[in-house]
Ligand binder design. Sequence first.
Ligand SMILES: [Zn+2]
Length: 209
Amino acid sequence: MSSPGQLIEGFSRFRRRHYARDGALFHELVERGQMPEILVVACCDARVDPALVLDCAPGDLFVIRNVANLVPPAENQGHYHGTSAALEFGVRKLNVGHIIVLGHAHCGGIHALLEGDTHKEAAFIAEWMGIAAAAREQVNREFPDAGSVARQRACEQQAILVSLANLMTFPWIRERVEQATLALHGWYFDIERGELLGYNAATRRFEML
Ligand SMILES: [Zn+2]
């Protein structure tokens, strides 16, 4: 897919698949509204579309995508909070039962964070990636002599944990987690090996799912 024309052809195939053969699905989704059980926070990266990677149907996932799949801490300073607004809708209006922070290997945002990319073309990215500064500091502390590949992977995974911690700063998320009506998950898609890992709080490691 490299041109808008190919996307329009793709829409024709989508339409045949979901409206001609399986029209009932969209009819139902329109009638009862969206009722996804799972909210995913994923990266903008073109290689990690959660609906594709996790083989989902329309209506399955409520998806938030941003640079490096980060969740900012809860704050109310009158700024524009796209990710927080989407979290609010997914949790408080749609009542999702699970939030998955889906990180991935070879993340450009995490690379910029580690390399301290301060180019003026990346001013928004640099500020946004500040959310994960604690992940970078931890990697620098724990793996001062590791190679760049290992440091990148460690930082990608540590940033997922920062986002999970930030999710708990939203009172309506914390409340639901404490009442066990909402579960938080940290997943990591290794695009190179084709593997999906999940954070295990007991072992404090990302393990194969
Ligand atoms: Zn990424």
